[in-house]
Design a protein around this ligand. Structure first.
Ligand SMILES: Cc1cc2nc3c(=O)[nH]c(=O)nc-3n(C[C@H](O)[C@H](O)[C@H](O)COP(=O)(O)OP(=O)(O)OC[C@H]3O[C@@H](n4cnc5c(N)ncnc54)[C@H](O)[C@@H]3O)c2cc1C
Length: 478
């Protein structure tokens, strides 16, 4: 699936990448986690830290899918826009959910600093830019985030955005100083290492083929061994398959692709003078500078699996259309993964039946949200905390199977098309406005010139100044 070659932590001197164990004998544990992506590994880490015995079963390898192939931006919130969240659950619960998502991001930050490993490429700050000239909208969102949701954000005017990003494609922006980015591939392996250190056991090449969650001790079957556990956490994203087909059918699989350019030298810093990641508000392009002078760019999406290299030229065209001054850049690496999107846009977090938990459906914003899910589920399993119920309004809804994929793709194309048109219109209006302003200035200058008092006639040297004709005195009334 992936052709990314993001560097590994310390060149794998720690050996964490090569420690691969397959489950070959039966096991009895407190918690069995299905899936070693961000969600499963974070549950394993949290639960093992609380002293539970944990086994993670992974059908392939740690982070082989989306969790190891991402842009690496860690933002507050969810894929579902905030106004929609408020509409769905009301203001108070939306605030609480938002705060949980921020805590998820802070948990990732703490892990990243704890690993103190090279290769995480940690950097601060993210910028969300608008494709259309929507200053009023921006002010409303800023107020909401700052005042109602207690989130540190700054509004950037068009001029400031264009100082940071030399393109006329973007207008206003929202700067999130507490957002950050890291190397996703290295982070998922760092998580695995932390989980192992905390006592969790991770078995790769060990697909779960069925689960029986009916008894107090649940049964989990793999091709080579069986497990018994008090809790099962399903963190398999769209690949879960046989163990609970009905659950994977509630996710619409969306493949996302990214690419990394060859080193671009000093011209990259001239075009992009912003160290964090950038996303446009329509969710079409996301990018950031990596390795000093290379551009990592995520954009294309499909609802079927394709080889990431196929999208190198698409990415190249996207870069060229936003930053034409960079010319036709070489895309030297491509990567991709499949995300699971829910019908309502919120992750699936909670207990399906006693002892059977789900942490899935993180869509395109999975780093902070999977950490949040792991924290909630661990507290639910080990401390009886039922705050995971905040997710109850977001039920498991069938994603429509094959028809859903076709519809999802059509909607995606339509949304992108509509955003592109809106962006073009916004730029067109901006050009008209600038032209109108220039005309107005020229007209004012001409008027000012016409009304300027004429310079007094200077008589030739030595001659008396000629007197201007004076208006006749007003005639006195008869
Ligand atoms: C190109 C791209 C860029 C992205 N950029 C960002 C970003 O910048 N910021 C952000 O927050 N998010 C981003 N995302 C989204 C993020 O990557 C995902 O939301 C997140 O990785 C999902 O994690 P997961 O653990 O749920 O799923 P996965 O990573 O898919 O992990 C699930 C694992 O479960 C295993 N599994 C499934 N079924 C079984 C079974 N029956 N038995 C055993 N194992 C099983 C699978 O093999 C897999 O390894 C991006 C995604 C992509 C594709």
């Amino acid at each position: 699936m992936s052709e990314t070659s993001t560097s590994q932590i310390g060149g794998d001197e720690t050996g964490v990448f090569s420690q691969r164990t397959r489950l070959s004998s039966d096991l009895d544990v407190d918690i069995c986690v299905v899936g070693a992506g961000l969600a499963g590994l974070t549950v394993a880490l949290c639960a093992a830290r609380q002293g539970a015995s944990v086994a993670v079963l992974e059908g392939r390898q740690v982070g082989w899918n989306a969790s190891g192939h991402l842009l690496g931006t860690v933002m507050p919130g969810f894929a579902l826009p905030l106004p929609d969240l408020i509409e769905r659950v009301g203001f108070d619960d939306a605030r609480e959910l938002w705060a949980l998502s921020c805590a998820g991001a802070e948990f990732v930050r703490a892990n990243a600093s704890e690993t103190s490993m090279p290769g995480l490429g940690f950097s601060e700050g993210a910028l969300e830019v608008s494709n259309v000239d929507g200053g009023d909208d921006l002010i409303r969102r800023l107020q909401m985030l700052n005042e109602d949701f207690n989130t540190e954000v700054e509004g950037w005017q068009v001029g400031r955005v264009r100082e940071a990003l030399k393109t006329d494609r973007y207008f206003h922006g929202i700067y999130y100083p507490r957002a950050f980015q890291l190397d996703g591939r290295n982070y998922v392996h760092a998580l695995a290492m932390l989980a192992r250190r905390a006592g969790a056991r991770i078995f790769e090449d060990t697909p779960v083929v069925s689960v029986d969650a009916s008894g107090v001790r649940k049964r989990i079957v793999t091709p080579s061994a069986r497990l018994r556990a008090a809790h099962i956490v399903l963190a398999g994203n769209i690949h879960l398959g046989a163990p609970l087909r009905r659950l994977s059918d509630t996710l619409l699989p969306v493949w996302r692709y990214g690419g990394i350019t060859a080193p671009l030298g000093a011209q990259l810093a001239e075009a992009i003078a912003f160290p964090g990641s950038v996303a446009d508000s329509d969710g079409i392009d996301q990018f950031r500078i990596v390795d000093g002078d290379r551009l990592m760019w995520v954009s294309p999406e499909t609802t079927w699996a394709a080889r990431p290299q196929r999208f190198a030229s698409v990415i190249q065209r996207r870069i060229r259309s936003i930053f034409p001054q960079l010319g036709g850049v070489d895309i030297t690496e491509t990567f991709g993964g499949v995300t699971g999107q829910t019908v309502h846009g919120m992750p699936q977090v909670g207990q399906l039946r006693k002892g059977l938990w789900v942490a899935s459906g993180f869509g395109r914003q999975g780093i902070n949200t999977s950490a949040m899910a792991a924290q909630l589920i661990t507290r639910g399993m080990l401390a009886g905390d039922d705050r995971w119920r905040l997710f109850s309004p977001f039920e498991l809804v069938w994603a429509g199977g094959r028809t859903g994929r076709v519809a999802g793709y059509a909607v995606g194309l339509w949304t992108r098309g509509r955003s592109a048109v809106a962006g073009t219109l916004a730029r067109h209006r901006e050009r008209l406005r600038l032209r109108e302003q220039t005309r107005e200035r020229e007209r004012e200058a001409r008027l000012a010139e016409a009304h300027r008092p004429a310079a007094p006639d200077r008589p030739p040297a030595g001659q008396p100044r000629s007197r201007r004709p004076q208006p006749p005195p007003p005639s006195s009334p008869a």
